[in-house]
Design a protein around this ligand. Structure first.
Ligand SMILES: NC(=O)c1ccc[n+]([C@@H]2O[C@H](COP(=O)([O-])OP(=O)(O)OC[C@H]3O[C@@H](n4cnc5c(N)ncnc54)[C@H](O)[C@@H]3O)[C@@H](O)[C@H]2O)c1
Ligand SMILES: [Zn+2]
Length: 362
């Protein structure tokens, strides 16, 4: 098992990464001082695959366990779903010391995290992420939220978990589509934070795709370390943490322009390429590195070509964000593979050029 520490003073915690950790959870929780009862929040898919085994382990270790289920889907990240969970927690006589275990992908992590942050003004949260995206991104850093109307993640808190348990073997049941979303965030981590890790990905991408457990353990550990280091420097997202948005300025615009038909990882992949291309056009990122990035994205089976959307509409969506951000669009651009910089000096015509001219540039 590997450990990554997130050092946030009194909010510090460990991330445990390894294969088969799920069935050692009871022991880990006792080591962290938890006793008596606890609540698992999950969904039917994940419950069927892992929830019952986790419950059995916890019961064997002497815990009183309740599993609460929410249906599948992003729409469950809602105040309504949180409201139902508060009711069920009350029925179970959950107390301030009763931990909530969030077992699932980012949807469960964000919703259960939001509930843990607010129920009785905060109960202990244990993240047990089971998707690649959740293991490398959403379970780390304490952003918990629900959506409100069309506004994503608008009602939330910074609420750090007490422990993150990333069992790599759970990734072997992921549908390819879900794995791919996580892979985009993994590539993002390497580009913003670690050129050696990028080289590791170049070498081992086929093993990642074939779900080789040792390689996945390395990938999750490295990505978690990069995110942890960024979060440590900017817990509440006042500055540096925005570098995690590399690929997301253009990516979010593509997602919304496509009415969310283009999935998150695919949109981020195109966003990363477009933003790298902007940097190249500004004379900063060299062409070899742009080509290396494109090749990794392609080998990850993420798209490198713009989907069939009007560039004009994507630009409009970016402009809409600009209004939200009081006139300036902040881009996170790669300087070289492994390091990024933030600028608000990118003109929309350059963005347009990058979106249209992607193929010519590489
Ligand atoms: N809090 C943060 O910092 C942060 C960061 C990034 C993304 N997010 C949020 O994360 C969410 C997306 O998370 P996601 O990509 O994990 O999607 P998800 O939670 O919807 O999971 C994807 C699908 O995989 C299934 N699944 C989960 N684990 C599985 C397993 N081991 N085997 C088979 N199937 C499994 C789920 O049931 C679901 O159908 C979004 O709501 C996004 O806003 C939050
Ligand atoms: Zn993302």
């Amino acid at each position: 098992m590997r450990k990554v520490k997130v050092r946030l003073g009194t909010n510090s915690y460990d991330i445990h990464i390894g294969s088969g950790l799920l069935t050692q959870t009871g022991h880990q929780l006792k080591e962290n001082g938890f006793v008596n009862k606890l609540v698992i929040i999950t969904n039917p898919t994940v419950k069927g695959l892992y929830g019952d085994a986790l419950k059995q382990n916890l019961i064997t270790e002497g815990f009183k366990v309740t599993i609460l289920q929410v249906p599948e889907g992003e729409e469950q990240k809602s105040l309504d779903a949180a409201g139902s969970l508060y009711g069920e927690l009350t029925d179970f006589y959950a107390e301030r010391i009763t931990p909530i275990l969030a077992l699932g992908g980012g949807v469960i992590g964000d919703l259960a995290g939001f509930v843990a942050a607010t129920y009785l003004r905060g109960v202990p949260l244990i993240q047990i992420p089971t998707t690649l995206l959740a293991q490398v991104d959403s379970s780390i850093g304490g952003k918990v939220a629900v959506n409100h109307g069309q506004l994503k993640n608008k009602i939330g808190a910074f609420y750090q978990p007490r422990l993150v348990i990333s069992d790599i073997s759970t990734l072997t049941t992921l549908p390819t589509k879900v794995l791919i979303d996580g892979l985009a965030e993994v590539i993002k981590s390497a580009v913003i934070g670690d050129k050696d890790f990028f080289a590791f990905l170049e070498k081992n991408l086929n093993k990642v795709k074939s779900l080789n457990v040792e390689v996945l353990e390395e990938v999750v550990s490295q990505s978690a370390k990069i995110k942890a280091e960024i979060v440590e420097k900017d817990e509440t997202d006042l500055g540096l943490r925005s570098i995690l948005n590399y690929g997301h300025t253009v990516g979010h615009a593509i997602e919304s322009t496509s009415n969310f038909k283009v999935q998150h990882g695919e949109a981020v992949a195109i966003g990363m390429l477009a933003e790298a291309s902007i940097s190249n056009k500004l004379g900063i990122l060299n062409k070899d590195e742009l080509i290396r990035l494109k090749s990794v994205i392609k080998r990850a089976e993420l798209p490198t070509q713009m989907p069939n959307l009007e560039v004009e509409n994507i630009i409009q969506a970016i402009e809409h964000d600009k209004k939200v951000l009081r006139g300036k669009i902040r881009f996170v651009l790669p300087q070289s593979i492994g390091s990024v910089f933030i600028t608000d000096e990118v003109s929309l015509s350059l963005v347009e050029e990058a979106l249209i001219g992607e193929d010519e540039a590489t």
